[in-house]
Design a protein around this ligand. Sequence first.
Ligand SMILES: [Zn+2]
Length: 158
Amino acid sequence: MRETRGVRFKLLRPGVTREEVERAADVCATRGEGDREKLERVMLYGQSAECRWKLLHEYFGEELAPGACGHCDNCLHPLEERLGLSTPEAEAPAPREGPPDVSGAKRMKKVLEVSEGDAVRVPKYGRGRVASLEDDKVAVELPDGETRTFKREFVRRG
Ligand SMILES: [Zn+2]
């Protein structure tokens, strides 16, 4: 969808129906917001570390179920990760040879302390519950009953 004056909107989620878009456009049009306020909101949207989907819902005055969507860039890459406060393991060089430096590895990574049954949040799938723990992996039972295994650094309390 496109607004006049070249302000474009991009869908952040696949499968948005035409009806949803039209409803959102209606809400937007009837609100009669000034261009200035719109610009401020767009800037806020770009700078925000909050869930994009949540911000879009707020913009259109709709309620969104609490909790992050788990799909947008801010959910998949939280601000602390982008600021380098937590480094994904994929980017850290893995030691290949020699005895493993356990103390060094422990210092490099902040290990998430969770126990079985704890409520957690994982990328893409959202909320779940810890089913079992194994070294650097956490098996999470998802709301649909499925259990998936995640690397510990991608699991957050929630
Ligand atoms: Zn999100």
